[in-house]
Design a protein around this ligand. Structure first.
Ligand SMILES: Cc1cc2nc3c(=O)[nH]c(=O)nc-3n(C[C@H](O)[C@H](O)[C@H](O)COP(=O)(O)OP(=O)(O)OC[C@H]3O[C@@H](n4cnc5c(N)ncnc54)[C@H](O)[C@@H]3O)c2cc1C
Length: 446
């Protein structure tokens, strides 16, 4: 491949660029924010406008961490040296359900850091690749010739750079995120739009940073799932991050969403049945105001269902699927899509044909993550569906496994492997697993 162009220089775009650098003479990453090392947002000191979720808590699951460490050996070690925390589930990840702590199982590791730090480390590694360059500009559409995409149309970001320029490319990778306009770009070229599937979850997210005093409590990562007296599910998560701080997140659904003010945030922490959140309000010192974010629905674009698609184009990351963020799947999914891209490029398929083999591989990744998150979402009373066939049975079996995971280490480990994107969701429904879960619940009730 002579040149590949990646649209969007966030997590998915950077990981795709890393893979492409092994296969193309030149890789260009086209990004609307000025993320060059000397640019406005190059230092990674804070969130940037192109990634509005950047102020919210982000944890890197083990599935993503392991893949990124393979592409960039020492990635996790460098992050930790910069103040990020590595949480081993057996020691540091405390999961509470209704205030009761789940049995601890070790060997699964997550990274807790602010989103700008994670992205800055990845960007530094990717930009050090010899054949990779950043282009600062805004994508306006695709350039087509016959049955293929031959490049991308973009403009500069200043008022005196409004003329469209075409950047020719052998492969264009759309990584412009959840709000990608890929469907419109395809339609402009006379191609069908991919069908979209959405799951309305109506989630409200609020994140706040706290200073971590010396000698205060030593929580690295804690998660608390609780139910309010009127049956609403709440999630709180707390993680140690760089700069001797904690990041804390409170999430609620429908009209139970947390408000913006610091008083309400602190009140929700004090009300939380898990002690770590009450301690946070005693030991920690709130920095600035909490930041809120709404996630009305999860969304996937089903490219694999199209009957016509141009050669020279793929999509990755949130542009392909964006999930309920409480499961933390987004960055690890992006890493797995990048793995699918590597497999596709190594398999020697011609770039003159549509990339169906890539979309087939990525579909399996999306299906699995979608199943894990929507199966839980559909158990929420306000989420209306659509519910897949056999949902009632699956939901009862999932309840059984969840209950068993409170006390049974084997079942909790398998649940962690699935939620951390190390094993497929179907492994939880194997007969041996279900039998063990039934015994564990029986013992709990005895
Ligand atoms: C509230 C919240 C919390 C989350 N928490 C987690 C978590 O804990 N763990 C986790 O793994 N994931 C989490 N995610 C998901 C995660 O943020 C994304 O999955 C991840 O950033 C990968 O996204 P992406 O690179 O595909 O897109 P994005 O990060 O959205 O980036 C898209 C990029 O494209 C650029 N762009 C867009 N349009 C154009 C254009 N026209 N021209 C040029 N550039 C353009 C943008 O500037 C941006 O840089 C969370 C998401 C939300 C909303």
């Amino acid at each position: 491949m002579r040149r590949a162009v990646v649209l969007g220089g966030s997590i998915a775009g950077l990981l795709a660029a890393r893979v492409l650098s092994d296969h193309a003479d030149e890789v260009l990453v086209l990004e609307r924010d000025d993320i060059a090392p000397s640019g406005l947002f190059g230092s990674g000191q804070g969130p940037r406008p192109g990634v509005p979720q950047g102020k919210q808590m982000h944890a890197l699951l083990d599935g993503g961490r392991r893949r990124i460490d393979e592409w960039f050996p020492g990635f996790a070690t460098d992050l930790i040296a910069d103040g990020a925390a590595l949480a081993d589930t057996g020691r540091d990840l405390h999961t509470y359900v209704g205030g009761r702590r789940k049995v601890l199982v070790d060997g699964v590791e997550m990274i807790s850091a602010t989103r700008p730090l994670l992205e800055a480390h990845l960007r530094r590694r990717v930009l050090s690749l010899d054949n990779l360059h950043l282009v600062h500009g805004r994508v306006c559409g695709l350039a087509f010739e016959g049955d293929r995409v031959i490049g991308v149309r973009y403009t500069g970001t200043t008022t005196d750079a409004r003329d469209e320029v075409v950047l020719e490319s052998d492969l264009v990778v759309d990584a412009t995120g959840r709000a990608s306009r890929i469907g419109d770009w395809l339609r402009e070229g006379g191609w069908p739009k991919p069908a979209t599937r959405r799951m309305d979850v109506d989630l409200g997210y609020t994140t706040a940073l706290f200073r971590r005093p010396e000698g205060g409590h030593d929580t690295t990562l804690a998660q608390s799932l609780s139910t309010t007296p009127d049956g609403r599910l709440r999630l709180s998560t707390l993680g140690r991050v760089e700069g001797d701080r904690w990041i804390a997140l409170i999430a609620g659904y429908a009209d139970d969403r947390p408000g913006r003010g610091s008083d309400e945030f602190l009140l929700r922490c004090k009300e939380d049945p898990a002690a770590a959140f009450r301690q946070l309000t005693e030991d920690g010192e709130l920095i600035g105001e909490p930041a809120s974010y709404g996630h009305p629905f999860s969304l996937r674009r089903d490219f694999h269902l199209l009957d016509r698609f141009p050669a020279g184009l793929i999509a990755t990351g949130d542009s392909l699927a964006s999930f309920n963020p409480i499961y933390g799947q987004g960055m690890s999914s992006a890493a797995m899509h990048a793995s699918c891209l590597a497999t596709y490029l190594k398999s020697g398929h011609s770039l003159r044909d549509p990339a169906w083999a890539y979309f087939k591989g990525a579909r399996a990744v999306v299906d699995d993550a979608w199943q894990t998150s929507t199966r839980s979402d559909l158990r929420l009373p306000h989420v209306t569906g659509p519910r897949p066939r056999g949902f009632k049975v699956i939901s009862r079996l999932s309840d059984l496994v969840d209950r068993a995971s409170m006390t049974d280490p084997v079942i909790h480990r398998r649940c962690l492997e699935v939620t951390q994107m190390l094993s497929p969701a179907k492994t939880l429904m194997r007969p041996g697993m279900l039998l063990r879960a039934a015994w564990a619940v029986r013992r709990q009730e005895a």
